[in-house]
Design a protein around this ligand. Structure first.
Ligand SMILES: *Cc1c(COP(=O)(O)O)cnc(C)c1O
Length: 362
């Protein structure tokens, strides 16, 4: 890449390979809902969605209504599930032909005031204790919906699908979802379509794929388990450049609050990415490093808003040289997550939308 600055590179070939791998875990007739919330997990939502739409997904999901409107305004045609709608969202949901997750009586009542024919997804809480109705709500749901059948899907969400030590917990969630589904179908006297699994659910509990699966992190190339690193390829890489090099004498300090004081002569590089871009302030003072000429250069001092400093004392490099922050080999988002007490999801979604995106098409 010749661009002299910080950029995110999106590799659509990897995205396509990840989608194929995920599809290989389910049946041909299982629909794929691709989750593109949070700026496409930090990558770029619109071009990714348009690419996925052309390459065989059936559905999209985003968290909030403005994310769904953005996709519609850019010409995305497939159904879009809004995972976390609020009371005031239903005019826009209907206008932009989005499908809300209906998760509580408060939300249901606001929604049916606006429409009783618009399709929606009814969510049940089976143990994550986040959004959703419980099994005890079914009679009241029936009374309110009065046999109306605009429920497009029943769904729930697993809380520990990536953790094989929690198999008993996940199996209980699945059992409860089955029970709830049976009770709903008996009460409403009809069959409902269903979806349950996220990426790790697809990897570990694929027999419960039902009619559709929801995949986010897997599409972007992470499987919450090293054993998938052959099959899932990180879609996003993040690179930068050395803006300036300084030689620091013993006793001098570097950065705000004199975060680093040199106990010997050293050489530092200034990099145009900071905490406003998603490299958190807590990643300073050597917590993480980036790669220059294949060598690890650790952060030095405090991370600034728009830049940070790296220790390059032992690296033979020049101003203008490439800096690799995240890629699919030398340092993945998962690797950075391991060093900073978090997960790939948080590293990726923290990346600011002000970073230039470059899309590498197939
Ligand atoms: C974000 C989200 C997903 C996607 O999960 P991944 O682990 O990224 O595949 C699926 N379902 C719900 C309800 C979500 O909120």
């Amino acid at each position: 890449m010749s661009y002299q600055g910080t950029q995110i590179i999106i590799n659509l070939k990897n995205l396509k390979a990840n989608l194929s791998f995920i599809k290989s875990k389910v049946d041909k007739k299982t629909k794929i809902m691709s989750v593109v919330k949070a700026f496409g997990y930090g990558s770029e939502p619109v071009k990714i969605s348009k690419f996925l739409e052309k390459n065989g997904v059936d559905y999209f999901a985003v968290a909030y209504v403005n994310e769904g409107i953005e996709l519609r305004n850019c010409g995305v045609k497939l159904p879009i599930l809004i995972l976390h709608p609020q009371l005031d969202d239903f005019d826009e949901i209907i206008k932009f032909n989005l499908e809300p997750n209906i998760y509580s009586f408060r939300i249901l009542n606001a929604f049916i005031k606006k429409s009783n024919s618009h399709p929606f997804h009814l969510k049940f809480n089976t143990g994550l204790n986040r959004l959703g109705f419980s099994m005890n709500d079914i009679d009241e749901l029936y009374n309110i919906l009065n046999g109306k059948t605009n429920i497009k899907y029943l769904f729930s969400h697993l809380g520990a699908s990536e953790d094989l030590n929690e198999k008993a917990f996940s199996n209980n969630q699945i059992k409860l979802f089955e029970k709830i589904s049976k009770k709903m179908e008996a009460k409403f006297e009809k069959k409902f379509k269903k979806h349950l699994l996220n990426t790790s659910g697809i990897m570990n509990y694929s027999e419960y794929k039902y009619d559709m699966v929801r995949t986010g992190i897997g599409l972007y190339g992470y499987g919450n388990d090293k054993k998938y690193s052959k099959n899932l390829k990180p879609v996003l890489s993040l690179r930068s450049v050395i803006s300036q090099i300084h030689f620091i004498k013993k006793g001098e300090s570097v950065g705000y609050n004199r975060g680093f004081v040199a106990n010997k002569n050293c050489k530092i590089a200034i990099i145009p990415i900071g905490h406003a871009d998603g490299i958190k302030r807590s990643f300073g003072n050597g917590k993480i490093g980036f790669y220059i000429k294949n060598k690890l250069a650790k952060t030095i001092g405090n991370i600034c808003m728009d830049m940070l400093m790296l220790d390059i004392t032992n690296i033979n490099c020049e101003e203008g040289d490439d800096v690799i922050i995240i890629d699919d080999k030398i340092q993945t988002a998962e690797d950075l997550g391991e060093k900073t007490n978090t997960i790939s999801y948080e590293i990726l979604t923290a990346l600011s939308s002000r970073i230039k995106r470059t899309i590498i098409d197939i």
